[in-house]
Ligand binder design. Structure first.
Ligand code: 26Q
Length: 809
């Protein structure tokens, strides 16, 4: 097959134009004269996709030839964001494209509006997966991300009189131009059924599944920035097998029954669970998890076997990173494949498995640690339960040998929880079956070792690591904030900072340059004008994240109510005008979180209608927060609200995106806030509230929210307003929950927060000072690039090196 040359893709404006035109005619069957915006969009997407596909082909060849250790990232969620702009940037075809579509009578922006974001994730964890695969490709690391191709992504949020309502997100309605179907690589996944012993073997078993579902992969291209590498994420879609269509029932006119089994099978990848903490004990969720795991592991094993190497090299050629416990069944599944299907001895299989996996934990909330009822496991995955029991027995033997007679320790550490019902503890399985366990920020990793996983840290101290999260500088500055990007490039002399974010430190010297500061400030203002959320000269105060009580949107609301009351009492004073912007979704079944959304809408309307207060205070709630909206809000933010109760937010990544774009943080000593503050400097960060140890102690010492209510007049006034019912029943419910128990110590931190906000206003009144703080935040946030995060994983956990892809000749 040698000597066959590829027709080169257009590299000049004329050639690119030609390619675009070909796609318009031959793929869309449309003429230039009759092309709609959608025709133009589809033709452009095809043209850009071809550029990436060509690189992809070279990448696959180069990576296969180097026979590296592969990184496989397993994640139930990928929150990728819109693809067109990123792909234009990464393929270097942005300018060509702008010119070419202009000739068709369209602007690039019009076409970008048609580019739908695949919302295949809930929030932080899914977005982190997207940033990490971006940086893996940027660092030339051979990697595949595995996930689920949900037909319906995270729901579309609409705000009504009753608060949040949810609509289905049929993201691929118009088709998805960025996807490459690979039906030949489909896999069969078993569920239910029973196991049978194999005569003469104590460890091997035959699993006879009761149901078989097909997994069909398609991939999305993941280009690296400033490199030739194009990796992929492989997303599995559930398909009923032919046999599940009941032709005899159909012939008998029982149409619904005829397809019942097929519908059941295909429901597995129908919809993303819209919950970002717990969705207790749903069988379909466990099915999704096993579906992802089984398809992906068979694909990984298939790829390994292409080389005909012995199993003893499997872990040298494979590392599988588990994005939280959601894909943890991969541990017993690999054991099952090795022991039952490939007849590897249990001890060798266990060694391979442990050396292959690593686990990232993303929480500290005890209720967010996944457990599954043993009964459910037994029914759905009978063979996996047997394997888990065996793993647990051998593990507890190890514990017993180290801590003889310590029965309480055995009970605490067991993979099986006994009371009040028998459940499988996925985090314990993940720690036992992996070589490395990491938290996602310094404090988080430390608290993991000291609290939820303390027994495991005592047994295996070397297993526990920290890898602080990071974000993609391409998506969250270069693309989201073009004005600031251009100024940074000018200030630093070149644009190498986009792929080497620590270079932002060079901006430090410009923080004292008055003309640079003025340009910086003018850009913030222009971004606010674009966002059109409020007066561009007001302090734009943003809290953008999922709604959860621990994140404490309630605390921000108490601040708003207090400002409202202060302004009413003294309308003539010199108030700092503020626009408070909230955005985020609540899990549909999380009523307390939805109450808070409704309360925000109520208070926003009340302020809007008040002529005394509205000149100084505005509350806005743009609906349907997603990656695309984040890219518009973040560049316009002055103040970044990171006010979770210390010890609850594992890391946060929105905090990094905002700091990078020159928003100043007001925050607690929680998650990555601590590391942000250490880097940007105490003077450029507004700190308030209890620390994690003080918070834990307060709870132990019998914390009483009423104590704070009684001693703080303004707090009492704000709470009484809620209780009075002027903001409706929701106001009452929120107040009752705070006064009754206040799980997240909102009232305890209220005064400290308000005083800190006064410091914010003092700084804001001095624009030179504020702008200096803003510049220094950007200058010292280079550490929070996901390129650095990936470099950390590569060096300390994966032990992998880059495989550069040669340029096209
Ligand atoms: C689990 C079982 C059943 C149904 C849903 C889930 C589920 C789904 C999503 C549980 C958790 C999630 C997502 C969690 C998440 O986004 N965590 C965030 O991860 C970020 C990246 O590390 C951190 O920055 C945040 O601090 C953390 O909250």
């Amino acid at each position: 097959r040698q000597g066959i040359g590829l027709r080169k893709l257009g590299k000049t404006a004329d050639e690119f134009q030609q390619d675009l035109l070909s796609n318009l005619y031959y793929r869309r069957g449309t003429t230039v004269e009759s092309a709609s915006a959608r025709d133009a969009y589809e033709a452009l997407a095809q043209t850009v996709r071809d550029h990436l596909a060509e690189r992809r082909a070279r990448t696959a060849a180069a990576q296969f030839a180097s026979n590296p250790r592969w990184v496989y990232y397993l994640s139930a969620e990928y929150l990728l964001g819109a693809q067109l702009e990123q792909n234009l940037l990464y393929s270097g075809t942005g300018d060509l494209a702008a010119e070419a579509v202009k000739a068709l009578g369209f602007g690039l922006e019009d076409l970008e509006d048609l580019d739908v974001e695949p919302g295949l994730g809930n929030g932080g964890l899914g977005r982190l997966a997207a940033c990490l695969v971006d940086s893996l490709a940027t660092r030339d690391i051979p990697a595949v991300g595995y996930g689920i191709r949900y037909d319906l992504g995270i729901f579309r949020q609409v705000i009504t009189e009753e608060g949040q309502a949810e609509l289905p997100d049929d993201w691929a309605f118009h088709g998805n131009p960025w996807e490459f179907p690979a039906p030949d690589d489909r896999q069969a996944v078993g569920f239910y059924g029973h196991t049978e012993p194999i005569p003469g073997s104590t460890t091997r078993k035959v699993w006879v599944p009761g149901e078989v579902v097909l997994g069909e992969p398609s991939h999305m291209l993941v280009p690296g920035f400033g490199t030739e590498t194009v990796n992929i994420i492989r997303l599995w879609s559930a398909k009923a097998s032919e046999a599940s269509f009941d032709l005899s029932r159909f012939s008998a006119g029982q149409y619904a029954e005829a397809v019942q089994e097929a519908v059941r099978a295909e429901n597995i990848s129908k919809v993303l669970y819209p919950d970002d903490s717990t969705e207790l004990g749903r069988e379909l969720r466990l099915k999704q998890q096993y579906f992802l795991v089984s398809c992906s592991l068979r694909d990984i094993v298939r790829r390994f076997r292409l080389r005909n190497e012995g199993w003893d090299t499997f872990a040298d050629k494979t590392v599988i990173q588990l994005n939280d416990t959601h894909p943890t069944i991969a541990i017993p599944e690999l054991m099952r494949l090795l022991v039952d299907e490939y007849e590897v001895e249990w001890e060798q299989a266990w060694e391979i498995t442990r050396r292959t996996f690593a686990y990232t934990c993303h929480t500290l909330l005890p209720e967010a640690l996944e457990t599954w009822p043993v009964r459910m496991f037994e029914k759905l995955l009978p063979r996996h339960l047997e394997i888990i029991y065996l793993i647990n027995m051998l593990f507890l033997r190890e514990v017993e040998a180290r801590f003889p007679g310590d029965h309480d320790r055995l009970r605490r550490m067991s993979i099986i929880q006994e009371d009040p019902e028998r459940r499988v503890r996925m985090a314990h399985l993940a720690v036992v079956g992996t070589e490395a366990v990491n938290g996602v920020a310094e404090l988080h990793s430390k608290l993991l070792r000291e609290t939820v996983l303390d027994d495991f840290a005592a047994l295996w101290p070397a297993k526990f690591q920290n890898v602080t999260n990071g974000v993609s500088p391409r998506r969250f500055i270069k693309i989201a904030n073009p004005r600031l990007s251009d100024l940074i490039t000018e200030g630093l002399g070149d644009d190498s900072w986009v792929g080497d974010l620590e270079r932002l430190a060079g901006l430090e010297r410009l923080a004292d340059d008055a003309s640079f500061r003025e340009r910086w400030q003018a850009i913030k203002r222009a971004n606010k004008v674009d966002l059109a959320a409020g007066d561009p000269d007001s302090l734009t105060d943003v809290m953008i994240k999922r709604f959860h009580e621990y994140k404490r949107q309630q605390l921000k609301l108490l601040h708003v109510i207090t400002l409202y009351q202060r302004i009413r009492q003294n309308p003539a004073a010199d108030w700092v005008p503020r626009t408070v912007l909230f955005a985020g979704k609540a899990a549909p079944a999380y009523h307390a979180a939805k109450d808070i959304i409704r309360l925000i809408a109520t208070i926003a309307a009340r302020i809007e209608a008040d002529p005394v207060v509205s000149p100084y205070l505005k509350v806005v709630f743009p609906s349907n927060y997603n990656v695309t909206l984040a890219e518009r809000i973040i560049p316009a933010a002055d103040l970044s609200e990171q006010i979770s109760l210390a010890g609850k937010e594992a890391s946060g990544t929105g905090n990094m995106k905002l700091a990078l774009n020159g928003a100043v943080t007001i925050g607690t000593l929680d998650g990555a806030n601590i590391e942000i503050r250490a880097r940007v400097g105490e003077d450029n960060f507004f700190l308030f509230g209890l620390d994690a140890y003080e918070a834990a102690r307060a709870r132990i010492n019998g914390y009483q929210p009423r104590h704070f209510y009684e001693r703080d007049e303004e707090l009492r006034a704000a709470m009484d307003t809620l209780t009075s019912g002027v903001f409706g029943e929701v106001g009452r419910r929120v107040a009752d929950s705070l006064l009754g128990w206040d799980e997240y110590l909102t009232l305890a931190d209220f005064r400290s927060y308000l005083e800190c906000q006064e410091q914010v206003e003092k700084s804001w009144r001095d624009p030179a000072r504020w702008t200096r703080m803003s510049i220094l935040n950007t200058a010292h946030s280079g550490f929070f690039s996901s390129d650095r995060t990936v470099a950390d994983y590569a060096a300390r956990i994966w032990r992998v090196a880059p495989v550069p892809v040669p340029r096209e000749d």
